[in-house]
Design a protein around this ligand. Sequence first.
Ligand code: NOJ
Length: 507
Amino acid sequence: MLRYLLYIGLIIASCNALPKQERRFPDDFLFGTATASYQIEGGWDADGKGENIWDRMTHTKPHVIKDNSNGDIAADSYNNYKRDVEMMRELGLDAYRFSLSWSRILPSGFSNHINEAGVAFYDNYINEMIKYNITPMVTLYHWDLPQKLQDLGGFLNPLFPEWFEDYARVVFEKFGDRVKHWITFNEPREICYEGYGWTTKAPILNVTDIGTYYCAKNLVIGHASAYKAYVNDFKATQNGECGITISVNWFGPLTDSAEDEYAAELRRQAEWGIYANPIFSEDGGFPKEISEVVAKKSLEQGYKKSRMPEFTDEEKKYVQGSSDFFGVNHYTATYISADEYKTEYITPSLLADIDVGSYRPPEWLSSASAWLKLSPNSIYNSLTHLHNKFKNRKFYITENGWSTLPESDLIDEDRITYYRSALNSVLDAIEAGVDVKGYMAWSLMDNFEWMEGYTERFGLYHVNFDDPERTRTPRKSAFVYKEILRTRVIDPNYEPDTLTMWIDEGH
Ligand code: NOJ
């Protein structure tokens, strides 16, 4: 009997030792990296560029940035764009996601004056990518609103959708012959909640009661206007696609109680549902549960009507279905509880409205950013949830990445652990039937990390911000990412044998 058991044990052990069937990313899966204009470009007033809300805020209130820095020069991609494309070739990227600076193209925000020098910069950047077969994926808005539009109320002005559509038409016209993947907005939550409803992004408006909700409505209508402009007037000749990128971190219930599940759903709606539901759901408009909660609290607080606006039936129809894909920026996860781990919030505000508690296990690996921990399976959880909720959409992971401290060296093992875990989670989602078409690592290189300035680094390439040349040097993770792209397989044991970069033939 003992021999028999030993024998069975041996068989099991040797099965486990056999390599699992190799899990591959499809050949047409788009692997890339992502960046954003204000975070990398510099040239803040170069060649006719107009002032934007980050220029204004960092110049007039430098203390709001952790190291008192700004994006005036940043990684100086305005002058280093050829080196940027060389790095893309070194990594063997299929695609590169970057954003356009609205005020570099339209200095006042309006389309009556186009800054040709700004257009030429993006023409050169795009042409250099195309020359080496790298697919550009372009975000129209990554948080740098022209200051003049902010002076008119920015996203809170009901005219905002028209301004955005006019700008979108200019860029489709100028670059749509070469750009086939458009993203209207990057992370509505960070624009609306952090910028209008709170103080952690420009324009730090701090209108806690209504800022987030009115911004959200104008933003999704603006998105739909740009999408429709593309579909009606450009798509037939340009053959591209247009979507939106929403930050979808995972919020799961702390326990399996109905109360915790409801609390988690409220938090998901506050985080991304108020932007995704109007566009991707069958019922349209803001999600039901959060709308009810805000309406009830508003009346109790003495407001004459809900602090969350409604969509008319016409507006609902206008916005519904206005996206060819769902871009997901994903970084981490949090457990949500109906009663435990609660904090005091400013009232009224979005977080006070939903009033739920949040918890993150202390054993999760921590990055240099307080909010960012390695949360197992969270990409899989987010994507399968969205796939079921919004019925078989097409997805791109448009951002995912890990931060380290400026003083840490180029051997970034934690970043490698994070990327391998995240990419395995993407494969799990693909195997579960989710249509994921691509993955963009954040970021190609170190850059201006908003309120954290240069104190947190997300790059596969290190950037030396003390050097006027802004020299870029690959971290170890760059070599690991390169190998995953080349083989389409995640080898947990791969070790680069050199830390000197090269360009493979064909790139
Ligand atoms: C998402 C934002 O889109 C990007 O600008 C930011 O740098 C990363 N998250 C990291 O915080």
